[in-house]
Design a protein around this ligand. Structure first.
Ligand code: PLP
Length: 429
């Protein structure tokens, strides 16, 4: 008997390439059929067959408050009754920008877009326009969305599907993207020396979340900051994952570091499609119509998206204690899993920062793309499916971070650890 998800996946493949609208959803690296989801509330997802799951993906990060969070739902409903789109300025956009500037250190102005990809793509164009230089440096296994310049040694689905060179990205574009291993400052220094005066920007995930969860090594972000200041390079922190997740002010606050530009996505839209980029007035006023670096969007600042994002950010702003709570929940889960893997004599590396975490099955520390790629994917697959069978919804690739939500209760964490215990027994048998 086929499940409803299996039937839907079969039908989806007739009409949608690979049956999904974003590659990692297809379960390619773990095998099996992706769950087709029907609804969600708090920490739980319900699939098309009516099964319940504890959610550790949370829409790949946005749902930090849990699913169908009442104030967000109400705000969207109220706004929808008034208008779903104007394509003209609104007071809501101004309040949204002001709230972001209040929450995030070192920024004075913000431009709203519709996704993290757009945010990073626009930030790079701005850095190029501002400096008059062409090249950028990014890190292996970091993912900044699917704009052409970023699909070089990228993480996330590009790594999951092991696409070494993305067809459609021209060599002319690719040659302006230089890459270095994550957490390796000396390679960055060498690249800068080799391309003196040519580097417009360094873009980095302050915590790499697209090859599992990899924290920055001590001094790495500070070293990049120093090099950028010395060389007149725009330092871009891609905070699409870390923004409003590590702290109200994101990685800049968490690590006490200053970027020239920051990019946002995920939480900033409260579950609706939103991105943003932000920085000092001096840089941001290069953007059209204040300046000449062109950037636009029919649905940018869309009222539904703004009200979902604003309501979410306001909750975070008003309840900073939530971050300590999320961190405690994450530590509890991490320590519990370490215990479970220890009993099974399974080599594992569990990295975590704030409420982001990941599990790699290997005895070696996971510090960059090469070490992440060396982990035991066969074991990850088994772990993933055994957990899924027990109602625990984990990212279907070891190249993705887990995201915890504030809706997770103690009993959910304990149920997850119980499932991990059973899983390890099943794998050992
Ligand atoms: N930057 C980072 C760090 C991301 O994790 C992602 C998506 O996962 C993006 C950019 C792209 O964002 P979006 O998928 O909203 O285009």
């Amino acid at each position: 008997m086929n499940t409803r998800s299996q039937q839907l996946f079969e039908r989806a493949r007739q009409f949608i390439p690979g049956g999904v609208n974003s590659p990692v959803r297809a379960f390619k690296s773990v095998g099996g059929t992706p769950l087709f989801l029907r609804d969600a509330k708090g920490a739980y997802l319900y699939d098309a067959d009516g099964n319940r799951y504890i959610d550790y993906i949370n829409s790949w990060g946005p749902m930090i408050l849990g699913h169908a969070y009442e104030p967000v739902v109400t705000a969207i409903q109220r706004q929808a009754a008034s208008s779903t789109s104007f394509g003209a300025p609104t007071e809501l956009e101004v309040e949204m920008a002001a709230l972001i500037v209040e929450m995030v250190p070192h920024i004075e102005m913000v431009r709203m877009v519709n996704s993290g990809t757009e945010a990073c793509m626009s930030a790079i164009r701005l850095a190029r326009g501002y400096t008059g230089r062409n090249k950028i440096i990014k890190f292996e296994g970091n993912y900044h969305g699917h704009a052409d310049s970023f699909l070089v040694s990228a993480g996330s689905g590009v790594a999951t599907l092991n696409i070494q060179q993305v067809p459609g990205v021209t060599p002319a574009v690719a040659q302006d993207t230089l890459t270095a291993p994550y957490n390796n400052l000396s390679v960055v220094e060498d690249l800068i020396d080799e391309h003196k005066g040519e580097i417009a920007a360094i873009i980095v995930e302050p915590v790499a979340g697209n090859m599992g969860c990899i924290p920055p090594a001590e001094g790495f972000l500070e070293g990049l900051r120093r090099l950028c200041t010395r060389e007149g390079i725009v330092f871009i922190l891609d905070e699409v994952m870390t923004g409003f997740r590590l702290a109200r002010g994101g990685a800049q606050e968490y690590f006490n570091i200053q970027a020239d530009l920051v990019t946002f996505g995920k939480i900033i839209g409260g579950g609706l499609p939103v991105g943003a980029f932000a920085g000092s007035r001096a840089i941001m006023e290069e953007i059209a119509p204040a300046g000449k670096v062109y950037q636009a969007g029919t649905l940018s600042g869309n009222p539904l998206a703004m009200v979902a994002g604003y309501t979410t950010l306001k909750e975070l702003y008003n309840h900073p204690e939530l971050y300590a709570r999320l961190q405690q929940k994450t530590s509890y889960l991490v320590e519990g899993l370490k215990g479970v893997f220890g009993i099974g004599n399974i080599f594992s590396q569990i990295n975590h920062v704030g409420s982001m975490m990941s599990v790699h099955f290997t005895e070696y520390p996971i510090t960059d793309f090469v070490s992440a790629s060396g982990a035991n994917n066969e074991l990850f697959k088994k772990f993933f499916h055994a957990m899924l069978n027990r109602g625990i919804y984990l990212p279907p690739s070891a190249f993705e971070s887990w995201f915890l939500s504030d809706a997770l209760a103690q009993e959910d964490l304990d149920r997850t650890l119980e499932a991990a215990r059973e899983t390890m027994e099943e794998i050992a048998a």
